[in-house]
Design a protein around this ligand. Structure first.
Ligand code: BG6
Length: 496
C-alpha cells in the first residue's frame, strides 16, 4: 500500500480461477508463499483452487509442493509449506458450467471458510474467458454483497479498444468499479514505484525532467525466455498486446506524468491518463515509421540452442505473431513536446534486462571544439528495473594529466541494502487487494487510452499478414528497428 488509505474489511476467502495454469503456478503461488513467510497473510484466509483436473486435496497439494519446490529451491521450507498448504482446498469445476459456481457457492459457505462475507475472485485465466466467468459469478449470486467481493483481472484487458470497452461494460453490469482490480504486475515492482520517489522526492532531478534537457527516453523490457507452453494465449496476443500496451505504457506514464496533487489512487491515475491522452495519434500512413515488429527464429541463448517461434508447441503454422515490438511515441504536452519515447520489448533476446534510459541533450555551447574532445557524448540517467534494481548516472570528468581528455564515469546506486529482501510484485499487489487499496491497479480510462494509442498499429498490422521479420534467438533483435530513431546519433542502449 503506498497511500494512507484506510484498509477496509479483509477478505477471508480467495478463489483462484485457473489454479493449475501458468500464471497461478509461476507467479501467484510463490508470491502467496512469500506473504506467508513474511507473516502477512491474515489469519483465517482460505484459498480455493478452482480448476478442471479430477483431483482431490492430496493430488492438489502434491502439485503445489512440486511447483513451489522447483521455483523456490533453497527457500522452500517444509514446515512453512505445511502451514501454507493448509489454507488451500481444491475445487473441481468448469469455468463455463453454471453448476460449478453453485457448488463453489456452497463450498464458500462451509464452516471451514469461517463466517465469510468477503471473497476475492482471482482471474488467472485466458482473457477470452473473463466474460464467461463474470456472467456466471453474477448468475450464481457470487457477485453479492456488492462492495465486499472483489475480482482481480489480469491484463491484457480486451484485445483491442472495442473488446476492452465491451468487457468493461459487462463487468460494470455485474460488479461496481470499487470491486474491480485490474492488475498490471509491473506496478508492484519496487523500482517502478521508486520512479515516483526518484522524480518527486528529489529536487535535483525534477527541474531537468523535460524537453529542455532531455533528448529522448528509451524503455526496454528484454526477456531471454521464449513463450514456453503459452502458445494458446500468446499466438493470438503477440508482444504488443502482451507487454507494450500495458507494462511498457505504464512505465511511460510514470516517467512522463506531472506530480499528482496527492498520493491517492485517483489523483495518481488522473495524471497517468493525462499523459496517455496527450500521446500523438499515429496516422495510418506513419505506422511504418513508428512501429517495428519481428519474431524470433532458432538461435542460442546463453550458449544453448533453442527453437524458433514457429517451432514452439502450439504455434500456428506460418504465424506472423510478433515476439518483438519497438515503437516511438510523442507526448504533445508542455513538458514533452518533441521528445521521442522509444519503447521496445522482446522474447528470446540476448539478455534479460529491463531499464529506463534517459538521454540528455548536448551542452548548448561547444566549449571544447578546439580540443581533442570536440564532440562529447551526452549524459545518461539509467534506471534499471531488473535483474538489478539500481540507478546509474553518466557524467564526464577530466582525466588527470596534462591533456584535455575526458572519461565517462558512472555514479551507481543500488536501491537495496544487503539485508533487504524484495517482496515480489505480485505479493505487493495481492496484499493491496486484501487491504482494499486500488492505487496500484489500473482504472478503465487508463486501459482505454492505452488501447487508443496502440490501436492504429494493431489495425495496420492486421492487414499486413504475409510477412514478418525474424531475428535469431539470443540477439538484440534487428537493426531495422533503428529506423524509428529521429536522428543519427540516437541508438538503442542495451547495457547499463
Ligand atoms: C507477463 C507477460 O505479463 O509479464 C509475459 O504475459 C512476460 O509474457 C511477463 O514474460 C514478464 O514479467 P516479469 O515480471 O518477469 O518481467
Amino acid at each position: 500500500m503506498i497511500t494512507g488509505e484506510q484498509p477496509i474489511e479483509t477478505p477471508c476467502s480467495f478463489v483462484i480461477f485457473g489454479a493449475t495454469g501458468n500464471l497461478a503456478t509461476i507467479k501467484l503461488y510463490p508470491s502467496l508463499y512469500s506473504l506467508e513467510e513474511a507473516g502477512k497473510l491474515p489469519e483465517g484466509l482460505h484459498f480455493v483452487a478452482f480448476a478442471r483436473r479430477e483431483w482431490d486435496d492430496t493430488a492438489w497439494r502434491n502439485y503445489l509442493r512440486e511447483s513451489l519446490e522447483s521455483k523456490l529451491k533453497d527457500r522452500f521450507d517444509e514446515q512453512l509449506f505445511e502451514q501454507f498448504a493448509a489454507r488451500f482446498s481444491y475445487f473441481r469445476g468448469e469455468l463455463h458450467d453454471l453448476a460449478s459456481y453453485a457448488g463453489l457457492k456452497e463450498e464458500l459457505a462451509t464452516p471451514r471458510m469461517g463466517n465469510c462475507t468477503n471473497v476475492v475472485f482471482y482471474f488467472a485465466i485466458k482473457p477470452s474467458e473473463f466474460a464467461t466467468v463474470v456472467k456466471n459469478l453474477d448468475e450464481s449470486g457470487l457477485n453479492k454483497p456488492r462492495g465486499l467481493h472483489r475480482i482481480v483481472v489480469e491484463k491484457p484487458f480486451g484485445h483491442d479498444i472495442e473488446s476492452a470497452t465491451m468487457l468493461n461494460e459487462l463487468m460494470h453490469k455485474h460488479f461496481d468499479e470499487e470491486q474491480i482490480y485490474r492488475i498490471d504486475h509491473y506496478l508492484g515492482k519496487e523500482t517502478v514505484q521508486n520512479l515516483l520517489v526518484f522524480r518527486f522526492a528529489n529536487t535535483l532531478i525534477e527541474p531537468l525532467w523535460n524537453r529542455n534537457f532531455i533528448d529522448h527516453v528509451q524503455i526496454t523490457v528484454a526477456e531471454d525466455i521464449g513463450i514456453g507452453s503459452r502458445a494458446d494465449y500468446y499466438d493470438k496476443a503477440g508482444a504488443l498486446r502482451d507487454m507494450l500496451q500495458n507494462h511498457l505504457m505504464q512505465l511511460l506514464t510514470l516517467v512522463a506524468m506531472e506530480p499528482p496533487p496527492a498520493l491517492e489512487a485517483d489523483a495518481l491515475r488522473d495524471e497517468k491518463v493525462k499523459v496517455l491522452r496527450s500521446i500523438r495519434p499515429i496516422p495510418r500512413r506513419s505506422v511504418h515509421a513508428h512501429a517495428f515488429r519481428a519474431q524470433y527464429a532458432a538461435g542460442a541463448i546463453h550458449g544453448n540452442q533453442v527453437p524458433g517461434y514457429q517451432d514452439e508447441p502450439g504455434v500456428e503454422r506460418h504465424s506472423i505473431t510478433e515476439t518483438y515490438v519497438a515503437a516511438k511515441f510523442y507526448i504533445d504536452n508542455w513538458r514533452w513536446r518533441g521528445v521521442p519515447f522509444y519503447l521496445r520489448t522482446g522474447k528470446r533476446l540476448a539478455v534479460a534486462n529491463s531499464m529506463i534510459a534517459i538521454r540528455f541533450r548536448h551542452p548548448p555551447q561547444q566549449l571544447f571544439r578546439e580540443t581533442p574532445l570536440e564532440s562529447i557524448d551526452p549524459n545518461w540517467v539509467v534506471l534499471s528495473l531488473q535483474p538489478t534494481e539500481s540507478m546509474h548516472m553518466e557524467i564526464h570528468v577530466k582525466q588527470p594529466g596534462l591533456g584535455m581528455d575526458t572519461r565517462v564515469i558512472q555514479l551507481n546506486a543500488s536501491y537495496r541494502k544487503m539485508h533487504e529482501t524484495p517482496l515480489d510484485a505480485y505479493a505487493t499487489l495481492i496484499l493491496d487487494v486484501l487491504e482494499g487499496d486500488r492505487t496500484l491497479f489500473i482504472r478503465f480510462d487508463e486501459v482505454e487510452w492505452s488501447w487508443r494509442v496502440v490501436d492504429p498499429i494493431l489495425k495496420y498490422w492486421e492487414q499486413e499478414r504475409d510477412f514478418i521479420h525474424t531475428y535469431p534467438a539470443g540477439s538484440w533483435g534487428l537493426h531495422e528497428s533503428s529506423r524509428l530513431f529521429d536522428s543519427e546519433d540516437q541508438e538503442w542502449r542495451n547495457e547499463l
